[in-house]
Design a protein around this ligand. Structure first.
Ligand code: NAD
Length: 310
């Protein structure tokens, strides 16, 4: 049996289900309308589940240990911070993500958040809905400096689009090797994170949340940024120290922040950061487009079949 947890998988499930059924797999769908809890995954997996197509539902060590028949995990998406990769390897469970399937969608959303912050679009448009006509002054992105932190699949798509807008783009990524990309798209590379933080008008995060990167944007990092700077985070909430970001926004240490991700999704009622006018939050929709969802459904299914065939 195969357990499929992501809600949006259903939109494109026919072809994917057919591929699995042709190979004799029976499908268990998550019909809860939300991500599954650890216990719900454990319970579902007791029924001879050999493969899971997983969204952002939790797969820590204790869950993996109790999924006795599990042989392969296929990530419906890219970020694998919800899976204990080390324990999976120890248990002989194969894991693969759907590399590159949602890069364009997330990159477009990051660019959208840059424009939204530069013109304060959410607040202004909401004002007109209540028949106001407030014209807050904004600024252009053209000729501004963009610091892309993490130059992988998504970071590169963001860089390309930002160059197209006329921004000056610098990538910070200690593991970056694609020098031909830099030349082709007229993108700079900087080896010091502090320099990128200091010089950029906009900082956009495109790196995974790991033990090394959690809290990368903390009080110290925010202090280095320009008072006019905007922080964009479409990667993971854990990358940003939200208490420090609140202080930085309230004290005009930076101008604005826009995120698609948060430490708690959805945020807790009354969260003071969420209420700030210079903070934009969207509900983790970076990869949630028809095109990306279809690619993620197909590639995660093919990846799972491939792993189970081994
Ligand atoms: P990727 O693996 O292609 O790229 C990640 C890059 O980050 C790599 O080039 C890596 O070298 C770099 N990196 C690692 N540690 C770093 C560090 N300390 N400093 C700077 N760079 C570092 O992944 P991707 O497809 O570009 O995705 C990036 C992240 O975006 C994912 O890990 C995920 O968390 C997030 N994401 C969010 C959404 C969404 O819906 N908002 C969707 C997909 C992915």
């Amino acid at each position: 049996k195969i357990l499929i947890t992501p809600k949006s998988f259903k939109n494109y499930k026919e072809k994917a289900h057919r591929l699995l059924q042709e190979r004799g797999y029976e499908i268990i769908e998550n019909n809860l309308g939300r991500t599954m809890t650890e216990q719900e995954i454990i319970d579902a997996a007791q029924d001879n589940v050999v493969g899971i197509i997983i969204g952002i539902d939790p797969l820590p060590a204790n869950v993996l240990e109790q999924c006795k028949s599990l042989r392969a995990i296929s990530k419906y998406g890219v970020g694998m911070d919800n899976i204990d990769l080390k324990r999976a390897e120890e248990l002989g469970i194969l894991v693969k993500n759907a590399v590159g399937t949602n890069s364009i969608s997330v990159a477009e959303h990051a660019i959208a958040l840059m424009f939204a912050s530069a013109r304060n679009l959410p607040a202004i448009a909401a004002g007109v809905k209540s028949y106001g006509w407030d014209r807050t002054i904004g600024f252009e992105l053209t000729n501004k400096k963009l610091g892309v932190i993490g130059g992988g699949q998504i970071g590169k798509e963001v860089a390309k689009r930002a160059v197209g807008i006329g921004m000056n783009v610098t990538i910070y990524d200690p593991f970056f090797k694609d020098l031909a990309f830099l030349e082709q798209y007229n993108v700079q590379r900087q080896e010091q994170l502090d320099e990128v933080l200091k010089e950029s008008d906009i900082i956009s995060l495109h790196l995974p949340a790991t033990e090394d990167t959690k809290g990368l944007i903390n009080a110290e990092a925010l202090k280095r940024m320009k008072p006019t700077a905007i922080l964009i985070n479409t990667s993971r909430g854990e990358l940003v120290d939200e208490a420090a970001l609140y202080d930085a926004l309230v004290n005009n240490q930076i101008a604005a922040a826009a995120q698609d991700v948060y430490s708690s999704e959805p945020p807790q009622q009354g969260d003071p950061l969420v209420a700030l006018p210079n903070f934009i939050l969207t509900p983790h929709i970076g990869a949630f487009t028809h095109e990306a969802v279809e690619r993620m459904a197909m590639v995660s299914t093919e990846n799972l079949i491939h792993m189970l065939d081994q």
